[in-house]
Design a protein. Structure first.
Length: 151
């Protein structure tokens, strides 16, 4: 090993043509920037995900939120605890299953999303993904939705 980095050159070439690696790299860049801007509101990317899911879907069980965000059960409990302590979500009994809790976005959570979080996350997306034309971005979103199992 010469220490000049040349031993890494073949791997860079292979990785540069790896769709999975490139997707992961783009996701890391977006997530890293989002974590940085959300830190100012003492939030993490997953916290924003929970709030966004509740905004889009209405009240859901912790298990369903975790399933939609691919977050394990114990991590989901911690996230909900923190968001509840901050008054951004509220736990209530699920009307369909009184043994389960339903998580719902509070007025404070909705206001934080609309007034702060959506604008700052949109700015991050524009910085990172804004390098693409509007058409390329729409095309990428369609492709990613297919890969993610969506419509």
């Amino acid at each position: 090993m010469g220490g000049d980095g040349s031993e890494l050159a073949p791997a860079r070439g292979l990785l540069a043509e790896s769709t999975g690696w490139l997707l992961n790299g783009a996701a890391r860049e977006v997530t890293s920037e989002l974590e940085e801007v959300l830190k100012g509101d003492d939030l993490r990317w997953r916290d924003y995900g929970v709030l966004g899911v509740l905004e889009a879907s209405g009240p859901l069980s912790q298990q369903e939120i975790g399933r939609r965000l691919a977050v394990d059960r114990s991590t989901m409990v911690h996230i909900i605890d923190v968001l509840e302590q901050r008054g951004l979500v509220a736990r209530g009994r699920d009307r369909a299953d009184r043994r389960a809790y339903s998580i719902e976005l509070t007025d404070a959570g909705r206001a934080l999303l609309v007034e702060v979080l959506h604008p700052v996350t949109a700015a991050v997306h524009d910085r990172v993904i804004g390098r693409l034309t509007r058409e390329d971005r729409a095309h990428l979103n369609r492709i990613l939705a297919k890969l993610a199992g969506g419509a």
